[in-house]
Design a protein around this ligand. Structure first.
Ligand code: B16
Ligand code: MG
Length: 210
């Protein structure tokens, strides 16, 4: 029996991938590293530092850890400039209605995001009010595909993984959910991933699964 739903944030409840793209692109252009949508897709659900390492793998140069810290900070500042302009209108009515309906059914809801910027995003979009627990990049030591972020979310909700659904848009997130023993629902890019247990096209389809 399903008692909880753990939502990935970016790519599932709202879309900040365009902001990640623009911020990484600014940095990559400065370093003269090729960067396009295809590379950007590889960064979905992946932590900031792991994302930077993927981008730098397209360069012939090597960089020290200290240089990488500066680059990651620079990218994050650009990204946060975009985030600060977000408003509640950046979340669709369909998404809000699904969250309210799940809560009305007695289902407990959590966030399971790799992003350290989750608190800012939830605040700007007025989304915190729907969730009983938040597990994000600030409370984990290992990023997706490690299941830590979802296991922590289930622990905060006080449920076993098998009692929870994980909703994800990234392959790394689906791998993390499967590895942790959750029922994985894939949307967006993850709808077509062969390891996704239950693919959906729209978030509203989630209501039929519970
Ligand atoms: P930050 P999610 C992930 O969010 C993004 O998909 C990924 O592109 C990003 O690198 C990661 O958060 C870390 O974000 O730099 O804000 O800590 O999909 O797990 O909600
Ligand atoms: Mg995501």
């Amino acid at each position: 029996m399903i008692k909880g739903v753990i939502f990935d944030l970016d790519g599932v409840l709202l879309f900040t991938d365009k902001y990640h793209y623009m911020a990484w692109k600014t940095l990559a252009d400065k370093l003269d590293i090729p960067f396009d949508e295809k590379v950007n897709n590889r960064l979905r659900g992946v932590s900031r530092m792991d994302s930077l390492n993927i981008i730098l793998s397209y360069s012939n140069q090597t960089f020290s850890e200290a240089e990488k810290e500066v680059m990651a900070e620079e990218k994050n500042e650009l990204y946060r400039e975009y985030l600060r302009k977000m408003t509640p209108a950046d979340v669709s009515d369909e998404t809000r209605s699904v969250l309210v309906k799940l809560r009305d059914k007695g289902i407990k809801l959590a966030i399971g995001s790799s992003s350290k910027n989750t608190p800012l995003i939830l605040e700007k979009t007025d989304m915190a009010k729907y969730f009983h627990a938040v597990s994000d990049g600030n409370n984990i030591t290992r990023s997706k595909p490690d299941p830590e972020v979802f296991l922590k979310a289930a622990e905060y909700l006080n449920f076993k993984p098998c009692e929870c659904i994980v909703v994800e848009d990234a392959e790394a997130g689906i791998d993390a959910g499967n590895d942790g023993g959750f029922i994985t629902v894939g949307i967006g890019c993850a709808e077509y991933y062969d390891k996704t247990k239950k693919p959906i096209k729209r978030l509203a389809e989630l209501l039929k699964l519970i």
